[in-house]
Structures are given as structure tokens and as C-alpha cells.
Ligand binder design. Structure first.
Ligand SMILES: Cc1cc2nc3c(=O)[nH]c(=O)nc-3n(C[C@H](O)[C@H](O)[C@H](O)COP(=O)(O)OP(=O)(O)OC[C@H]3O[C@@H](n4cnc5c(N)ncnc54)[C@H](O)[C@@H]3O)c2cc1C
Length: 411
């Protein structure tokens, strides 16, 4: 007897964890444009060398057994009427009985002139590699005898958007650059700006954790500019506006963490969406128009979730298990379940030495929080086998940052 075909699009927090739960229940295929999963909350530690690629970006080869087929290809079109999906690879067309949409978001440059062309995004492993290389190249261009004010001008980096991502990234960059300054005996200081349109940093996080964030930004000497809007980027300049005044700075690199929008794949779907373009799903995670199609993670709007969970891995991860449960129930003709999604606690890395963790209503920071964050995240990595390998590696091998060495010595 042929098994029903379940097709999962996207292999991130939603798609991969759904595939792991669904494996063996039907003919399951995962399609992703990459060959690995990415544990995004630790991309900052990958930038600083505190973790290795294999820790946070295990290949699907390692994670999935023969109960799930996987195909590496971009999905170019989804036709919900004919129940087919088009792939870039070999112009292949796949048909499905059940579809799980989990393609996530992409960087949103909100129409700022030059932003897409000249800033660095920070969502993928290779984005972190590009940023690290950019910092090393900027350092390598500075002769040791250069005057402090010239060094500062040549080593100005900016991070746009002071959500959790911008705060984690700017503190990490500032610590790495300052460490490199000492090692290379450069004069003066590097300059890292954090630019935010709103009036405060980490607007989505509670007061308790914000105190640790503010303290870390200060200690890492990140220059915070709130109520400031980036209006233009060129290859090596950034123009911002604050209270009607415009200023242009020379920059060695600008990283854009200023927003996320839905995957362009969703534009072609003629289904209900909210104002942000998220697919509206019912409380079983199905599209109301097509009950054999489920959507989850960053692209889905599900009402019964704590609002601060929107756009988080925590939510996608929890939804994956509900979606997988309901796909199986649907195929077996059983009743589908619903669930309220709760905050599982917050953890944020702040530079190379500190972090802050909020759990059970209490926040704590410092070196202890850094260790707790590693422990917490080990437990959330996919598969027991991978968790054990990574946990052992961190426990026995340590997780110290890798300094920004001259390009020839970097690996
Ligand atoms: C740097 C960074 C740090 C973060 N830190 C945290 C954190 O600390 N805590 C937290 O809760 N959340 C964090 N997030 C948010 C979290 O990563 C997302 O909310 C989560 O990944 C959403 O899961 P998803 O499955 O919807 O999408 P994703 O995990 O983004 O997965 C989408 C997948 O689809 C693939 N894909 C996309 N388009 C196509 C296509 N056309 N064809 C084929 N494949 C495609 C992508 O390659 C990817 O594998 C962070 C995000 C970033 C970028």
C-alpha cells in the first residue's frame, strides 16, 4: 500500500523539528535550500569562535535517518490547488498529500537606500563568516603606529536595530575588536554603534533583563543611538538622522538586524494573511482554506500564543510538535489538538564574557548566566545524539572565544 506523502518546506526550527517528529509515520520529505539546520540563537558565539559550525549547524545527513528523505533545493513555487511544489533543482515538481510550510523569514531592509547592497545581513552561517572577515580585514589595514583618532575612524562598525539580535551582536563585535586591539598593540579604541529607531533597546524584553543588557552595552563600550534612523548606506558610509539632523560617518562595516519580513515564496499564495503578511492558521496550525496544509514558525500567525513569542525559535519549536501531532491525527482520522504556547524563558549573550538569563520570573547575569545559557541551549539542540556530542565537547573542550587574528592566521 502506498503511504501518504508529507512534504515539509524549510529545515529550520519549525520544519526540522516537525520532520523529526513525523519520520516513520508516512512518506516524509524535507526540502531546504541549505544542507544543514542552524541553531540561530548561537550564531553570535559562532562569530566569536566560542562554538564551531558543527555544534550549531549540524547537517541533515547527521540529523535525519532513513525515515525522512531530504532534498537540498530552493522551492520556487507552491500550488495549493494542484498540490504540487516546484523546486529549483532539476526543475523538479513534487506532489503531496499533506504540506507543512516552514520557510521562515528574510532580512527586511525597509526600503533604506543602499541597505540591501551595502550592509551585511546576519541570519546564516556564511553571514557570520563574512562579518568576521570584514572585521579582520579592517584591523589588518591599520598600521600599529596610526593615531587613535584615525584608528577610530577606520574601525567604525555599526549595527542597525537594537532588538535582542542587535544587542547580542554589537556587544560581541565590540569585545572581539577590543581584544584584537590589545593583541595588536593598536592605539585608541574601535567604535561600535548600535542604531535604533525606537526610544529604547530590546523593546520586546522585560525590564529585568533590560538592566543586564544596558549594563553590558556600557561595559562593552557600545555607542547606543536611540530615536535615530539610518537613511542611506554607501560602500563605506552611513548617514543617519536624529531629531531632524543628519550625520554621515565612514564605516568599515554595517550589519543589518533591523527587521524580518516573510519569505517571498508566500507572496504567490492566495490565502488569508495578516497585515504583516503572515499566514493565518487556525488553532490546529492548518490554513483555513486547505486543511491538508499546515504553516508554522516565523511565517504563521497563530492567536493562542504569548505575544512576546512572535518570531522566535521557541515558538517555532513548540509549534513543530503540535503541527506534527496534528498531521498524524489528520492522516489517522483522529481529532486534532490545540495548544497555548508559553514563554520558555529568555537567554541572551552579551559580549564574550557575559550573558543574561530569565527563568522562573528571575533574571541573572554574568559568567554564571553564560554557562547556564550553554546548558539550556544544549538541551534544545536537535536529536539526543547531537546534544550529547555537543554537550561533551563544550564540557571537556571549553568554549573560549577565538581572537581576530590577521587574515593569514585565521581559520
Ligand atoms: C541571528 C539570529 C538569532 C536569533 N536568536 C534567537 C533566540 O535567541 N531565541 C529565539 O527564540 N529566536 C531567535 N531567533 C529567531 C529564530 O531563529 C526564528 O524565529 C526561527 O528560526 C523561526 O523558525 P522557522 O522554522 O519559522 O524558520 P527558520 O528557522 O528561519 O527556517 C526556515 C528554513 O527554510 C529554508 N528556506 C527558506 N526559504 C526557502 C525556499 N524558498 N526553499 C527552500 N528552503 C527555504 C531556510 O534555509 C531555513 O532552513 C534568532 C534569529 C536570528 C537570525
Amino acid at each position: 500500500m502506498t503511504q501518504p506523502k508529507i512534504l515539509i518546506l524549510g529545515g529550520g526550527f519549525g520544519g526540522l523539528f516537525a520532520a523529526l517528529d513525523l519520520g516513520g509515520s508516512a512518506d516524509v520529505t524535507l526540502v531546504s535550500d541549505s544542507d544543514h539546520f542552524l541553531f540561530t540563537p548561537m550564531l553570535y558565539e559562532y562569530l566569536s569562535g566560542e562554538v564551531e559550525a558543527w555544534h550549531i549547524a549540524p547537517g541533515y545527513d547527521e540529523l535525519l535517518d532513513e525515515s525522512v528523505h531530504w532534498i537540498q533545493s530552493a522551492v520556487t513555487a507552491v500550488d495549493l490547488t494542484s498540490q504540487t511544489v516546484s523546486l529549483e533543482k532539476n526543475n523538479q515538481t513534487l506532489n503531496y498529500d499533506m504540506l507543512v510550510l516552514a520557510v521562515g523569514g528574510v532580512t527586511n531592509y525597509v526600503g533604506v537606500e543602499g541597505a540591501e547592497q551595502y550592509s551585511l545581513p546576519f541570519r546564516k552561517l556564511h553571514h557570520a563568516d563574512d562579518l568576521r572577515r570584514r572585521m579582520v580585514e579592517a584591523l589588518d589595514r591599520i598600521p600599529p603606529e596610526t593615531a587613535p583618532q584615525d584608528v577610530r575612524r577606520e574601525l567604525t562598525f555599526a549595527v542597525v536595530g537594537a532588538g535582542a539580535s542587535g544587542c547580542e551582536l554589537s556587544t560581541k563585535m565590540a569585545d572581539l575588536l577590543q581584544d584584537a586591539f590589545k593583541r595588536r598593540a593598536l592605539h585608541g579604541e574601535p567604535r561600535v554603534l548600535l542604531i535604533e529607531m525606537g526610544d529604547r533597546v530590546v523593546p520586546g524584553m522585560g525590564e529585568q533583563i533590560r538592566e543586564f543588557v544596558d549594563d553590558a552595552l556600557l561595559k562593552s563600550r557600545v555607542e547606543v543611538h536611540t530615536q535615530t534612523r539610518v537613511v542611506k548606506l554607501t560602500k563605506d558610509e552611513l548617514t543617519f538622522e536624529h531629531q531632524g539632523n543628519h550625520e554621515t560617518l565612514k564605516t568599515a562595516g554595517v550589519v543589518w538586524t533591523g527587521g524580518v519580513k516573510m519569505s517571498p515564496l508566500l507572496d504567490q499564495l492566495d490565502v488569508q494573511k495578516n497585515q504583516r503578511g503572515l499566514l493565518i492558521v487556525n488553532n490546529h496550525m492548518q490554513l483555513p482554506e486547505h486543511n491538508n496544509v499546515f504553516a508554522l514558525g516565523d511565517i504563521a500567525y497563530y492567536t493562542d500564543a504569548t505575544p512576546t513569542l512572535a518570531g522566535t525559535a521557541q515558538l517555532a519549536y513548540q509549534q513543530a510538535s503540535l503541527a506534527a501531532h496534528n498531521v498524524k491525527a489528520f492522516l489517522e482520522g483522529k481529532e486534532l489538538s490545540t495548544r497555548h504556547f508559553e514563554e520558555l524563558g529568555e537567554a541572551i549573550s552579551l559580549g564574550t564574557e557575559r550573558a543574561a538569563v530569565l527563568t522562573g520570573g528571575k533574571a541573572f547575569g554574568g559568567a554564571l548566566a553564560r554557562q547556564a545559557r550553554f546548558a539550556l541551549y544544549t538541551s534544545r539542540l536537535p536529536t539526543w545524539h547531537h546534544r550529547l556530542r555537543v554537550g561533551a565537547s563544550w564540557f571537556f573542550g571549553g568554549k573560549e572565544p577565538r581572537p581576530l587574528l590577521p587574515l593569514g592566521l585565521e581559520r
